[in-house]
Design a protein around this ligand. Structure first.
Ligand SMILES: Nc1ncnc2c1ncn2[C@@H]1O[C@H](COP(=O)(O)OP(=O)(O)OP(=O)(O)O)[C@@H](O)[C@H]1O
Ligand SMILES: [Mg+2]
Length: 318
């Protein structure tokens, strides 16, 4: 079963300022801002929704294909993804631009000043499954350039490729009409609780009306676990207890990766859902979205500490 993961490819540049931003704001001069903060740490981390999801699938022994656009600074990131077992052959380099980049500076009071540069991601809408990732059995459409997300969903509908529609953080930016179009006919809609409410408000569709338009629904609820509905059957997925929560960013992406790996192996929904929950927990425990590591055997052993898979996860060990 060939799984194609679409979404952003980005670097996160994380800075910390050893002071307070507000000390530099001058009353009466807010129309004339020219500020420079001397930061004492800079960290560049690999990120983007597509590699975040694909990395989890690769840790679990899968070989997902990423279809996305990346910039001239992508070389070492590509090599690293290949080493982890991700197929990068459908990642197209945009020569004269950089990868999408998120720059965030945090001061000692946890105030943040951030900028997001779209870069190469802005070209994602030029890619098609027909040309770049043929024979997909399942696609996930994760946060990316908004026009690309809508085009990918439309191509999947036209070509009959089952797709998971994952608007996540882009749900805030899409109009009700765009969200209605995007989710129409998807195999699964994946959102967190907040985004699920937002989608209902924006589309003015009730839960029942949404269900009529989609094959399945995943709503993640942070420390309350997740709610999965497939073919009218409901599954309440408990969270996997984290040892510590270092950084919640990327938990949602890892959940999707774990769930899809379970789907790829044809595992029961309870098990695939719990794989998502445990994959998310590993991300919570580290700073950064791809800083964690485990073998399939580590994963299965930890899973069996919390949950009973009735032997289903032996599929991961062969
Ligand atoms: N504090 C927590 N304890 C245990 N599990 C958690 C916790 N927070 C998140 N999770 C796990 O991660 C999954 C996804 O979390 P959440 O619903 O917060 O996603 P999200 O808001 O999309 O996150 P993000 O977009 O930052 O990755 C949850 O379903 C749960 O399994
Ligand atoms: Mg999310």
């Amino acid at each position: 079963m060939k799984i194609v993961v679409t979404g952003s490819i980005a670097y996160d540049y994380i800075m910390s300022f050893p002071g307070r931003f507000t000390d530099s704001f001058v009353d009466g001069q807010m129309h004339n801002v020219s500020l420079s903060f001397l930061v004492d740490s800079l960290n560049r981390q690999r990120g983007g929704t597509a590699p975040n999801i694909a990395y989890t699938m690769a840790l679990l022994g899968g070989r997902p294909t990423i279809m996305a656009t990346a910039g001239q600074d992508f070389g070492e990131y590509r090599a690293w993804l290949e080493e982890q077992g991700v197929d990068t052959s459908a990642i197209v380099d945009i020569e004269d631009d950089f990868c999408a980049s998120f720059f965030v500076n945090t001061d000692q009071e946890q105030n943040q000043i951030a900028s997001f540069y779209t870069g190469a991601m802005a070209h994602a809408g030029k890619l098609t499954f027909a040309k770049h990732a043929a024979d997909a059995d399942l696609v996930i459409i994760s946060p990316n350039a908004p026009d690309a997300m809508q085009k990918y969903a439309e191509e999947c509908r036209q070509s009959g490729i089952p797709f998971i529609y994952d608007p996540s953080q882009q749900a805030a930016r899409f109009s009700g009409e765009e969200l209605r179009q995007g989710l129409e006919g998807c195999a699964m809609l994946t959102v967190n609780e907040y985004e699920y409410t937002l989608i209902q408000e924006k589309t003015r569709l009730s839960e029942a009306e949404i269900m009529e338009r989609i094959g399945a629904l995943l709503v993640t609820k942070a420390e309350d676990g997740a709610w999965l509905v497939v073919d009218g059957q409901e599954y309440h997925i408990p969270p996997a207890p984290p040892q510590q929560v270092a950084d919640p960013t990327g938990a949602g992406d890892a959940f999707r990766g774990g769930l899809m790996r379970g789907m790829q192996l044809g595992l029961p929904w309870e098990v695939a859902g719990r794989m998502g929950a445990l994959a998310a927990t590993y991300v919570l425990e580290q700073l950064g979205t791809q800083k964690h590591h485990y073998t399939p055997a580590d994963f299965v052993a930890r899973y069996r500490k919390y949950f009973d898979d009735e032997g289903a996860l032996d599929a991961l060990l062969t």
